[in-house]
Design a protein around this ligand. Structure first.
Ligand code: NI
Length: 226
């Protein structure tokens, strides 16, 4: 499932984050790429262990943990500490899949990467190129979102970022270990939750909606890994 979540960050948060990013120090993104990805990655990355990154991680993680659409789609167990990338001067990231297990240095533990996310800090009109291209079972998807919006997709999908031929593209990227390992079960639960929500909007609280929500919670209890 590929899902666009609008307005993860508010306009005020974006202004604050952009201000911090404009003053930040950047390093070569190759330093954090996996062995396959290192050959195709050409971008900059916000310095780790910086105050800016710690603060942005807090803002982003808190925003995600309180976003109902994100929670419903991902059923997060752990959000691996986010990073921030900067693409300019033809910077790009060729076709790759993300590592299946990643170490979160803040928590000091390995986590499974079930869902990959990109949160945009720059608007589409601020740069040329830089489309994110994601391949899944339904074909190829080209993504270029407004600042503050997020795209999520299964971490097993092949994806790339096209060269940024002018301007600057800044994006935070992160991975999530879901309580539900299977992408199919996760998307089924998401659809069930959506159906229950729209039943409630149409008809208010009914016995049927309540019964469906009991099934929803039983399925989570049956399938969740904590
Ligand atoms: Ni990637």
């Amino acid at each position: 499932m590929i899902l666009h979540i609008p307005n993860v960050l508010s306009k005020e948060q974006l202004v604050e984050c952009r201000d911090l990013l404009n003053k930040a120090d950047w390093i070569d993104g190759k330093l954090t790429a996996g062995s396959q990805a290192v050959n195709v990655k050409s971008n900059l990355q916000l310095v780790e262990n910086s105050q800016t990154l710690s603060y942005l991680r807090e803002v982003i993680t808190n925003a995600l943990k309180t976003n109902p659409l994100f929670i419903s789609a991902v059923l997060p167990n752990h959000i691996i500490s986010p990073f921030v990338n900067r693409y300019e001067n033809n910077g790009a990231y060729g076709n790759h899949v993300d590592n299946s297990i990643l170490y979160d240095s803040i928590v000091g533990k390995n986590f499974r990467t079930d869902v990959s996310c990109s949160l945009f800090f720059t608007d589409p009109h601020e740069y040329e190129g830089g489309e994110m291209v994601i391949e899944d079972t339904f074909g190829t998807h080209e993504v270029k979102l407004p600042a503050g919006d997020l795209i999520l997709y299964p971490s097993t999908s092949l994806h790339r970022v096209e060269p940024v031929t002018s301007g600057v593209r800044m994006v935070s990227f992160m991975w999530v270990q879901s309580m539900i390992r299977s992408a199919w079960k996760r998307s089924m639960l998401f659809e069930l939750d959506n159906t229950i929500q729209s039943l409630r909007v149409k008809h208010g609280e009914t016995q049927e909606a309540l019964n469906l929500s009991i099934h929803y919670h039983k399925l989570i209890q049956e399938w969740a890994e904590l």
